[in-house]
Design a protein around this ligand. Structure first.
Ligand code: ASP
Length: 321
């Protein structure tokens, strides 16, 4: 071998090592809802509370991923933490329907085999995303709703609660306000690429404040508010669900990558700030691709969000800039 070919060989080796090391071992992104948030309502203490709520969930995800947990386990457990925090509109902090009840929706999807589980319109399951996980793991179905979903969850050992568990003064008051005007967001979600390169997404919500009873949003509609596919990306959305359903937002992002060869950020931007806008489809998405890249794309003034990867990048934020 000539000196030149040895040199070229080493150079190619170095470049390929560097390319490989550009992919993080794992990546996680979370959200706690998006909307046109009013900065005046966020004094230092309120901001700190939201950031702390996001950080606790993010840290759990980071330690699980460091320890080699699967993407699907991570998205479920991280969403559980957000569901238990009354600040967010999911689980404990769910908003009310127009007639003063809580009807929760949730979804989980595994990018390995497109297996998915979702539940909708339940008012007695403490952690709806875990019931969705049961639907995925223990039933031949993808979606279960209402009483049937609750019965199935109870039979499978999911923690059931009295509907009074979901009472929070803040959400009750926002229903009272919304009965005069419009409502608030605050759905939660998590997307992950784990150490094996597998992707998963989970989303959980109380839905839209003051929604008509029986209304189901985008969250439990696979391809609208939640989607994961190892070939492309994992997406969890938050915002005005009716638009996210019409535009099949989460799957559209994946399809633009798969069929048009777009990058994750191009695809997310095209959908969230192209097809949707802050009037028709106010909200955002978090997403991670198969190379561990992540996006936090919104068309609203804010989205409660957090992100981290194995390179040590990490943060939480509320407002757009
Ligand atoms: N997308 C949810 C729904 O329409 C609400 C939200 O994300 O705030 O049910």
């Amino acid at each position: 071998m000539s000196k030149l070919s040895v040199f070229l060989f080493i150079l190619i080796l170095m470049v390929s090592c560097q390319t490989q090391s550009q992919k993080p071992q794992w990546t996680i992104a979370i959200h706690g809802g998006a909307g046109n948030l009013d900065k005046n309502l966020f004094d230092e203490e309120t901001t700190r509370k939201y950031e702390a709520g996001l950080s606790v969930a993010l840290e759990l995800g980071i330690s699980m991923l460091e320890n080699g947990a699967s993407a699907v386990d991570v998205v479920e457990k991280v969403v559980n933490v957000l569901e238990d925090n009354p600040l967010f509109n999911a689980g404990k902090g769910a908003v009310y329907t127009n007639d003063g009840r809580n009807e929760l929706d949730a979804a989980i999807m595994d990018g390995i085999d497109l297996n998915a589980g979702t539940i909708a319109g339940v008012g007695d399951i403490k952690n709806p995303v875990s019931a969705a996980r049961m639907v995925m793991d223990k039933s031949p179905h993808v979606m279960m709703v209402g009483k049937g979903a609750s019965k199935f969850a109870a039979e499978n050992g999911i923690e059931m609660v009295d509907s009074s568990y979901f009472y929070t003064e803040k959400r009750w008051q926002s229903l009272q306000k919304a009965l005069q005007k419009s409502g608030k967001n605050g759905t939660v979600g998590c997307v992950v690429m784990d150490k094996k390169g597998n992707l998963a997404a989970a989303t959980s919500t109380g839905g839209m404040n003051n929604k008509r009873y029986g209304r189901v949003g985008d969250v439990p509609i696979i391809g609208a508010g939640t989607y994961a596919n190892n070939k492309t990306c994992a997406v969890s959305a938050t915002g005005h669900g009716e638009y996210f359903i019409r535009y099949t937002v989460a799957h559209d992002i994946s399809a633009l990558m798969e069929y048009k060869g777009m990058s994750l950020s191009e695809a997310a931007h095209t959908v969230v700030n192209g097809k949707l806008n802050s009037e028709a489809g106010n909200g955002g998405v978090i997403a991670v691709d198969k190379n561990g890249n992540f996006v936090l794309e919104m068309n609203s003034t804010g989205m409660f969000r957090g992100w981290a990867n194995s390179f040590g990048e990490k943060g939480v934020a509320i407002f757009k800039n």
